[in-house]
Design a protein around this ligand. Sequence first.
Ligand code: CP
Length: 314
Amino acid sequence: MSQSSFPHRHLLGIEPLSKGDIVTILDLADTFATISEKPIKRVPTLRGKTVINFFMEASTRTRTSFEIAGKRLSADVISLSASGSSVAKGETLMDTAKNLDAMRPDVIVVRHSSAGSPHWLAKNLSCSIVNAGDGAHEHPTQALLDCATIRREKGRIEGLTVAILGDITHSRVARSNIHALGKLGAKVRVAGPRTLLPEGIDRLGCEAFDRVEPAIEGADVVMVLRLQSERQARGLIPNTREYARYFGLNARRLAAAKPDAIVMHPGPMNRGVEIAPDVADGERSVILDQVTYGVAVRMAVLYLVSGAPEPDGG
Ligand code: CP
């Protein structure tokens, strides 16, 4: 697959991508997925390229996944967190980023609590920028790996009904998925307490419910989100026990979805709050498959933004 079929230097969000751009990433991810199943999980595709993971917020999946993705393609990968960088000594985000850029990386993957920070870096640095989550705005590679998972599990995305449950207001995963799934032809429903449903969310092309039951009814995919307590004002829900009782996904509520519906969660999960443990670990759960496909999707993204030569397909 040629990089010319992906006309973007950066991956800042799903909103600016076309359906064709998304399909290009998913198709390439399918090719790269085979590399992770081989005894020697490395191809020379990005040899000589440098990727810096610059994570100013905590992460298990995204940071590790980008690191593994870069290494499986033979890039040099360096990971940096806020606490281990000079940000902890008071250096600004832009000064730190400009210093990293001065070392001539090809790609900086950035996670930051401020919406729009990757866009700001993209305007001011010479390397490619990949958004690994900016505040409550977007988490594009999460949505791409979610789409890859749905496509692999269901064989298609067009025409499916996807219910996204939980803290929609503070979720960058919800926003990126609404854009991605809508562009790929899925019908998207969002549901949660009114205090966690942003005003006008339906203008993004989804249907909004203040109860989870009508959103789950007949759904092909049920995607559960974590309560983003680090971004929430106090008092939006009475307490987590009440939340679990009225909005948590349990086996009884899941029974209203299609019999072959899959259950997804981007992680990290709060077991017993937004999702019951037996559902998280149940036969319909593809939560760990999402993590597996995430590596292939991030390999595809790093390849497409880094200006690498043609991949050899592994
Ligand atoms: N889904 C996700 O972004 O997980 P991490 O915060 O662990 O990266």
